[in-house]
Write a protein that binds this ligand. Structure first.
Ligand SMILES: C[S@@+](CC[C@H](N)C(=O)[O-])C[C@H]1O[C@@H](n2cnc3c(N)ncnc32)[C@H](O)[C@@H]1O
Length: 406
C-alpha cells in the first residue's frame, strides 16, 4: 500500500472512531461470520504475536478470565481465623487456605480422621485442623499428615522461611540455630502447631510416598495408613511424581467409600501432569465439586479398588503412548471449556506438553508449545507457556526433581 492510501485510511479510521469501526466489523460479521472470525484471528496472530493484553482488556474484550460458572463461595473467615491462616509461610494461596477452612468447617461430614500429604510448615495443616475444630458435626477426628519432613529445601533456603517466624516470636529464638546444617523441618513443624489447641489433632508422620517403583522396593518406611483408619477426606499436596501419586491413591482409595472427598492442590500446576492424568483415567469415579486457584475438590462417586489402579495405571508414564495422553487431556480440556474455565484450558494444554516431553516425544512437545503460544486461548498466559516450553516438567530425584529440558 502506498503512503497516500495509508494516509487516507488513517484519516478515515480517525473520523469513524473505535465504536463505529467495531459496529462495521459487527455488521459484516452478521453477513460472513466465519470470514470475519478468520480475519480477526489472523490479525491477532500476525499483528500481536506477543499478545500484550492486560487483565482488563481480556475481561472486557476477550471474555471473562474467571469461570462463567464461578459461584460466590463465601471465602470470608472470622478475623482471628484469617490472621492465623496467613501467619505461616505457605506455598498455597490465601484463597486456597480459606477454601480448606470452609471445607472442613462445613462441607466435611466429620466422620473419622483426615489424611494430608505434603504439609511443609503446615499452612494447609492449620487451615484443615482449624476448620475441623469449627465443624459442628463432630468434635473429634485427627489430622494424619505425612511428609518427608526433610530434603525439600536445602538448609539455607529453609532458613529463609523460618527466619520471619523466629523474628515475629512464632518460633523460639533458637529455631534457626537448631536447623543448623539439616534440611529437616519436623521439629519446626511440631513447634509451630504444638502450642495451639487445634495442634492436638495433628499427627505428623515422617513417611513419604516413594517416587519411583525402584525406590518402593528399597527400605522405607513408606507412606501407609494406620490399621483401621477411617477417613472420608484426603488433602493431596505431596504427590510430586507419577509413581508417588499412584502409590498414595492406591492406599487411600482402598479405604475411601463413595462420597469421600479428594482435594488436590497443584491440580493445575503445569509440571504436575500426573494429577489430572490420574483423575481423567478414572474419570467415571470422580466428580469435580469446586475449585479455587490450583486447588480442586473431587468427590469419589464409585469405588476405585487398589487392584483396579494397579491393573490400569502403569508405574511409569512411558508405558502409555501419545494417543492415550491426547485422549486424557482432550477430556480434561473439554470439561474445562464446558465450565468456562480458561485457566484450566491453558494449564491442561501445558500439562499435555509436559506428558509428551516426559515420555520422550520432545519434538512433538516443542511443536505443541509453539502452536499454543500462537493460540489466542493462551492470551494472558504467555509467561507460563514460555516457561513450560523451556522445561515443562521434571523427573523425581532426592531433592524434588530434575527438570526435563526441551
Ligand atoms: C508444595 S509443598 C506443600 C505446601 C504446603 N501444603 C503449604 O501449606 O505450604 C510440597 C510438600 O510435599 C512434600 N513432599 C515432596 N515429596 C514428597 C514425597 N515423596 N512424599 C511425601 N511428601 C513429599 C515436601 O516435603 C513439601 O512439604
Amino acid at each position: 500500500m502506498n503512503k497516500f492510501t495509508i494516509s487516507i485510511l488513517h484519516r478515515l479510521l480517525h473520523a469513524l472512531g473505535q465504536y463505529r469501526i467495531w459496529r462495521i466489523f459487527h455488521e459484516l460479521r452478521q453477513i460472513n461470520r466465519k470470514g470475519m472470525d478468520n480475519m480477526l484471528e489472523y490479525i491477532l496472530n500476525s499483528e500481536m504475536p506477543e499478545r500484550p493484553f492486560n487483565y482488563w482488556f481480556l475481561r472486557k474484550y476477550v471474555g471473562d478470565l474467571i469461570s462463567s460458572q464461578q459461584g460466590s463461595l463465601a471465602l470470608a473467615v472470622p478475623s482471628d481465623v484469617g490472621t492465623m491462616l496467613d501467619e505461616i509461610p505457605s506455598e498455597t494461596t490465601s484463597g486456597e487456605r480459606r477454601l480448606l477452612w470452609h471445607f472442613f468447617a462445613s462441607m466435611w461430614d466429620g466422620s473419622g480422621d483426615v489424611v494430608e500429604i505434603g504439609p511443609f510448615l503446615g499452612g494447609t495443616s492449620r487451615a484443615i485442623a482449624l476448620g475441623m475444630a469449627a465443624n459442628c458435626k463432630t468434635n473429634s477426628g485427627r489430622l494424619l499428615t505425612f511428609d518427608r519432613f526433610e530434603h525439600y529445601y536445602p538448609p539455607s533456603e529453609l532458613k529463609k522461611f523460618v527466619r520471619p517466624m523466629q523474628e515475629s516470636g512464632l518460633l523460639s529464638p533458637d529455631a534457626l540455630a537448631r536447623i543448623g546444617s539439616s534440611s529437616s523441618f519436623l521439629e519446626i513443624y511440631k513447634e509451630i502447631h504444638g502450642v495451639h489447641s487445634y495442634g492436638k489433632r495433628i499427627v505428623p508422620v515422617a513417611c513419604p510416598v516413594p517416587d519411583t517403583a525402584d525406590q518402593a522396593h528399597k527400605t522405607g518406611p513408606w507412606f501407609h495408613l494406620p490399621p483401621d483408619t477411617a477417613c472420608s477426606a484426603f488433602f493431596v499436596d505431596g504427590c510430586k511424581s507419577w509413581f508417588g501419586t499412584k502409590y498414595f491413591m492406591k492406599a487411600c482409595c482402598g479405604i475411601a467409600r463413595p462420597g469421600s472427598r479428594f482435594i488436590f492442590q497443584d491440580y493445575l500446576q503445569f509440571t504436575c501432569f500426573w494429577l489430572p492424568s490420574f483423575i481423567q483415567r478414572f474419570n467415571e469415579c470422580f466428580r469435580l465439586l469446586c475449585y479455587i486457584d490450583q486447588t480442586f475438590v473431587f468427590e469419589l462417586i464409585q469405588p476405585l479398588p487398589p487392584e483396579r489402579i494397579e491393573a490400569e495405571y502403569p508405574d511409569k508414564p512411558e508405558s502409555w503412548d501419545v494417543h492415550t495422553f491426547e485422549t486424557l487431556f482432550t477430556g480434561a480440556r473439554l470439561a474445562a471449556e464446558a465450565r468456562g474455565h480458561r485457566e484450566a484450558l491453558v494449564k491442561h494444554a501445558i500439562q499435555y506438553g509436559g506428558a509428551l516431553a516426559y515420555i520422550g516425544e520432545k519434538d512433538l512437545a516443542r511443536s505443541w508449545f509453539t502452536a499454543l503460544l500462537r493460540d489466542p486461548i493462551a492470551a494472558g498466559y504467555e509467561a507460563v507457556v514460555q516457561e513450560a516450553a523451556a522445561a515443562p516438567t521434571y523427573r523425581p530425584n532426592e531433592w524434588g526433581g530434575e527438570p526435563i529440558i526441551l
